[in-house]
Design a protein around this ligand. Structure first.
Ligand SMILES: [Zn+2]
Length: 252
């Protein structure tokens, strides 16, 4: 058994073809919130749209899987995600420059821009002094864009909201891509250099130098990737009549 085509069409339209968890638009699938094997129905009330990644995760971490230590997806949580997604899709239809939803999006974009306005995005890789600080800055930026929380001293405070709250899908996709790129940079640092290597070496003259500074290919790729992130956010800022972020070329 499966959902009727009519129900699936309606659900896809109501959710704006978004994945109800991560709000991405690609390759959306329709999942039974309560499995058929547990008495779930083929009615639309039991259906949710999910992308392949979130679909796998829901299967791995759902209320009916065993041996799972991280927080599981409950039926009621999945239904809340679906209702929230429908709300985003409805708001999207009202989105126009100057509208209330546009103003809310604008606040979010300005917050994310502020999070990217830091030395970690304006210093060439080969000039970085502390890779631990650099990595931490990237991690904090990812958290801020994902959750709206920023580090203030030792505490993390909810200042704004995460990128899933963006209504304009182009802007949401731009921020999704920005976070993916930041995660790739962090992965590359770990994979290619290992953050255990971040201490400074001494050469035979007793001078300090860092092995990181010799990794030119990686450095060039990281510089280029950060510039791509800034370019994409700067194009949104331009649409909002806001000044662009300073980039690697501008320096401090
Ligand atoms: Zn998803």
């Amino acid at each position: 058994m499966s959902f009727s085509q009519k129900d699936v069409d309606r659900l896809l339209a109501e959710c704006g073809r978004m994945c109800c968890i991560c709000k991405k638009l690609h390759q959306v699938q329709v999942h039974h919130i309560q499995p058929l094997s547990e008495g779930g129905s083929d009615g639309i009330a039991n259906a949710i749209t999910l992308c392949p990644n979130c679909h796998d995760e829901v299967h791995e971490r759902s209320h009916y899987s065993s041996g799972c230590t991280s927080r599981r997806y409950s039926i009621s949580e999945l239904k809340l995600h679906r209702e929230f997604t429908k709300k985003i899709a409805r708001k999207e239809q009202d989105w126009a420059p100057g509208s209330r939803t546009w103003t809310e999006d604008r606040h979010l974009i300005l917050f994310y821009a502020q999070c990217l306005d830091r030395p970690a995005f304006r210093t060439y890789f080969h000039q970085e002094l502390s890779f631990a600080d650099f990595d931490r800055a990237l991690a904090d930026t990812i958290t801020a864009i994902n959750t709206g929380c920023t580090k203030v001293g030792d505490s993390t405070l909810p200042i704004s909201k995460g990128k899933v709250f963006l209504i304009h899908r182009d802007w949401r996709e731009a921020m999704d891509t920005a976070v993916e790129k930041l995660e790739e940079i962090r992965d590359a640092l770990r994979r290619e250099l290992g953050l255990n290597n971040m201490f400074m070496d001494h050469d035979r003259f007793g001078r300090h130098h860092s092995r990181f500074h010799q990794a030119t290919d990686l450095g060039d790729w990281i510089d280029q990737t950060r510039q791509e992130i800034l370019d994409s956010v700067n194009s949104i800022l331009k649409e909002l009549d806001q000044p662009p972020l300073k980039d690697l070329k501008a320096g401090f």
